[in-house]
Design a protein around this ligand. Structure first.
Ligand SMILES: Nc1nc2c(c(=O)[nH]1)N[C@H]1C(S)=C(S)[C@@H](COP(=O)(O)O)O[C@H]1N2
Ligand SMILES: [Mo]
Length: 322
């Protein structure tokens, strides 16, 4: 039995997913119609792989890409979530182990209005937006994922950060009863990450609550995870229970584990190799049922989001501050 069979999603989900893709395909087809004109319809090729239609404004914002989406079953079965083990299939155990309701997030530190809030209250009044982002793991693979979420900045503003809030620190739940991987010292638990305040406030930075139009699965960091699309995937911390405004660059688990390999910034950069492998190319997980990885493609500076984020690093030596 293949790994994917072993982790097979219920038939109901596959149907949802098929419907979602078909809707996407139709939208893309409709969007393409005017361009076909009178000479259209000469093409006898089979329908193209589902792609998302995007407007020029959406493309300029970076909020969406028209690249082929990674399949739902791959997004939810090829994961990194070391609290469940270091294997890609290990996080598949999370749905049975991680209770995501009720969920509380403590927001504090350098802000005028700290508080401990139920997740529903944390994001109250903010409408989840769909963001289709590339996700580039430091290991050299990538996906294209349709997230649902709210801009992190919209949430942070509510707590009125003070002028001392130069960075934002994030903490994942650490409950050995729900997370068997915590028994092993793979990282210094709880998993922690951080952003500079301007990075946290950038419109691209998302607090995700779902993907593919559905609630976030546990293996992807339910019920609340960060998505920072221009940084290596490990910055996108899962299952967040605490957000803290701090004055100094915070402790982060991967930087602590190996500072020479995982910098605090970890902006995707094909010109700065990982000490043990190249970062010039990546394998896109855009595969079919028989082939998980597509061919290698070039990795882009800031994961292709330079227009939206490069100004934050103007004048910074990206080799030193990797
Ligand atoms: N708490 C926590 N967050 C985490 C990780 C983890 O092990 N624990 N892995 C990171 C890594 S290395 C990547 S590539 C992404 C993977 O997200 P995905 O499984 O939803 O694709 O989650 C990141 N967030
Ligand atoms: Mo990663």
């Amino acid at each position: 039995m293949s790994l994917r069979d072993a982790l097979a999603v219920p038939a109901r989900e596959i149907t949802d997913e098929a419907v979602y893709r078909e809707r996407r395909r139709l939208l893309a087809a409709f969007a393409a119609l005017p361009a076909l004109g009178l000479a259209g319809c000469a093409d006898a090729d089979p329908p193209p792989a589902p792609k998302t239609a995007i407007t020029p404004a959406q493309a300029a914002s970076g909020f969406r890409t028209s690249e082929t989406l990674t399949r739902y079953e791959d997004v939810t079965s090829y994961n990194n979530y070391y609290e469940y083990g270091t294997g890609k299939a290990d996080p598949g155990r999370a749905p049975k182990l991680l209770r995501v309701k009720p969920w509380t997030v403590a927001v504090g530190g350098a802000c005028a209005k700290p508080g401990k809030l139920a997740l529903e209250d944390l994001i109250k009044g903010l409408t989840p937006q769909e963001r289709i982002y590339r996700l580039r793991c430091v290991e050299g693979w990538s996906m294209v994922i349709p997230w649902l979420g709210v801009p992190l900045g919209d949430v942070l503003k509510r707590f009125e950060p003070t002028s001392k809030a130069k960075y934002v620190a994030f903490t994942t739940l650490s409950d050995p009863k729900q997370m068997p991987g915590l028994a092993y010292p793979a990282l210094d638990w709880p998993y922690r990450e951080g952003l500079r305040i301007d990075e946290a406030m950038n419109p691209l930075t998302l607090l995700a609550t779902g993907l593919y139009g559905k609630p976030l699965p546990q293996q992807n960091g339910a019920p609340l995870r960060l998505v920072v699309p221009w940084k290596y995937g490990f910055k996108s911390i899962k299952s967040i229970v605490a957000i803290t405004f701090v004055e100094r660059m915070p402790f982060t688990s991967w930087n602590d584990a190996q500072a020479s390999e995982y910098g605090f910034f970890s902006n995707v950069n094909p010109n700065v190799d990982h000490p043990r492998w190249t970062q010039k190319t990546e394998r896109r997980i855009a595969g079919t049922a028989s082939k998980l990885f597509a061919e290698r493609i070039p990795t882009r500076l800031y994961n292709g989001y330079a227009d939206q984020v490069a100004s934050m690093y103007a004048g910074m030596d990206l080799k030193r501050w990797f």
